[in-house]
Write a protein that binds this ligand. Structure first.
Ligand code: SF4
Ligand code: SF4
Length: 223
């Protein structure tokens, strides 16, 4: 029969009760330790099995980070970008409610490649930064992405000591490449401007065809 705690009011009764409760607590700890050791031996994903979190006989904690709970497929966690599939359309940056996506596009005069779904690429990404410290995980950027290259991963533990480390840079161009492509873009812009000026000058030197012909009515005199 288990006596109620505090039922012994005598000096020796209190000592006996203290020893009994200590032994009881120790027994429980040993049972949980035994269960824990045997559960751990099953494997890293043993928490997926039924009864793993049974409070009476099983584990109540995970051996994090070796063990992690499964996260739902539609969970919103760390963003990732497949830059090769990005067409630098800027839609993600425009839709972002907290402006945490920064893109520096450089337009090319020719097609520069193709994404895995066959979309032609015409814009270089000199910069593609996502500041995950600002991100509110709304997921809007992933919905608007036409090539589905911007996705939410299942990674939720990406804390950093330095907040600046939470800005992820996905652009892969070197400084020299960026400078060279920018020069090409400027040159193309200048060329277009010159061609337009030339065309306008040619138009203005031609006689105007839109001028209305002068109408002078013929007056027929009566004989
Ligand atoms: S998930 Fe929302 S807040 Fe985060 S980058 Fe995308 S649009 Fe911006
Ligand atoms: S919406 Fe997608 S394709 Fe467009 S710039 Fe963003 S990541 Fe790239």
């Amino acid at each position: 029969m288990i006596k109620k705690i505090g039922a012994n009011s005598s000096y020796f009764g209190n000592i006996t009760e203290a020893i009994q409760t200590s032994i009881h607590g120790l027994k429980l700890s040993i049972i949980h330790l035994k269960n824990a050791l045997s559960k751990r031996r099953i494997g890293n994903d043993s928490f997926k099995k039924d009864g793993y979190f049974d409070p009476e006989s099983s584990m109540v904690t995970l051996k994090y980070p070796e063990e992690t709970l499964p996260v739902p497929d539609n969970g919103r966690y760390k963003l990732d970008l497949e830059i090769d599939d990005c067409i630098v359309c800027d839609k993600c940056a425009k839709v972002c409610p907290v402006d945490c996506i920064e893109i520096d596009p450089i337009l090319s005069q020719d097609v520069i490649g193709e994404t895995s779904d066959g979309t032609a690429k015409r814009i270089y990404a000199a910069k593609f930064d996502i500041d995950m410290a600002k991100c509110c995980f709304c997921g809007l950027c992933t919905y608007v992405c036409p090539t589905e290259c911007l996705t939410m991963t299942k990674s939720y533990d990406f804390s950093e000591l330095d907040m600046r480390e939470l800005t992820y840079s996905f652009a892969e161009m070197s400084e020299e490449e960026v400078t060279a492509k920018k020069v090409l873009f400027e040159e193309a812009q200048e060329k277009k401007k010159a061609e337009k000026l030339k065309k306008d000058a040619e138009q203005s030197s031609k006689p105007s065809t839109s001028a209305r012909p002068k109408f002078s009515p013929k007056v027929i005199k009566k004989k």
